[in-house]
Write a protein that binds this ligand. Structure first.
Ligand code: DGL
Length: 267
């Protein structure tokens, strides 16, 4: 039986992670959850993110998934301990998947305000590479613009230029896309970043981390249609999610609405 991955994000961003997993692995089924009713996560109170993480992990426990994939850096930064403590299955996260392979000495990170204020990226990268300099830049405009589908807008281009400027000025050697929404605008970022600077999408490393769990390389001759075995769930507005997912995945998925039970029992 193929493993059932539980993958979640606040919205469309986690689809960039799902795509990276799908590029490498064929032998899995998944439930993708977008907490669309509460997006954006990146400007909330940290305690709210921890409670949301608790609700999400409990919901996935009820779906009997075989592993949990944290496709949201904000939850990863603020509540990985909550997810690991309450999940009944192994947890695969973005930040924990790649920090040890960074060998550049000056690294930029683009992320949500909450991820930046948590300094999770800085501490993970410095744990493996204590002499490195990590510059984190918060980009509050990116997620709302991407969720609205305005990826070709002047407003987005200007916002990307503004947030790249301090990193380019500091002459970073690598830039981490520390929010899963940002790989969706990779073509815009690539145009503005010199090719000598490595652009890092942590999802590439997360998908490699899944190799043992998903038995890579896949020996079977089974060919499945991309995204055919994914159940897409949202907490609000399924038709809008389905339309926008089509732009990212190239298939328009059936999307169902689910409800997450509120709780206040995580400190
Ligand atoms: N895509 C998420 C992340 O990686 C959350 C963005 C948001 O909702 O602000 O941080």
């Amino acid at each position: 039986m193929r493993p059932l991955l539980g993958i979640f994000d606040s919205g469309l961003g986690g689809l960039s992670v799902l795509k990276k997993i799908q590029e490498r692995h064929t032998k899995f089924k998944a439930i993708y959850l977008a907490d669309s009713a509460r997006i954006p996560y990146g400007s909330k109170d940290p305690s709210e993110i921890r409670n949301i993480a608790f609700e999400i992990v409990q919901w996935f426990n009820c779906q009997e998934v075989s592993a949990l994939v944290v496709a949201c850096n904000t939850t990863n930064s603020l509540a990985i301990d909550v997810l690991k403590r309450f999940s009944k299955v192994p947890v695969f996260d973005l930040i924990g998947s790649f920090s040890e392979i960074i060998n550049e000495s000056k690294i930029g990170v683009l992320a949500t305000p909450l991820t930046v204020s948590s300094k999770a990226y800085t501490s993970h990268i410095k744990f493996y590479n204590p002499l490195s300099l990590v510059l984190e830049e918060e980009c509050p405009e990116f997620v709302p613009i991407i969720e609205n589908g305005d990826t070709g807008s002047k407003e987005l281009l200007e916002a990307v230029e503004t947030h790249l400027a301090p990193l380019l000025k500091a002459e970073v050697q690598a830039i981490v896309l520390g929010c899963s929404h940002y790989p969706i605008i990779m073509p815009i970022i690539k145009k503005l970043v010199p090719s000598s600077i490595r652009l890092i999408d942590p999802a590439v490393f997360l998908s490699k981390r899944l190799d043992t769990f998903l038995s890579y390389p896949d020996q079977s001759n089974e060919s499945t249609k991309p995204f055919a075995d994914i159940r897409f769930c949202v907490t609000s507005d399924p038709s809008s999610f389905s339309l926008k997912a089509d732009n990212i995945l190239g298939v328009k998925p059936e999307v169902e609405v689910i409800s997450l039970c509120p709780t206040s029992c995580v400190s």
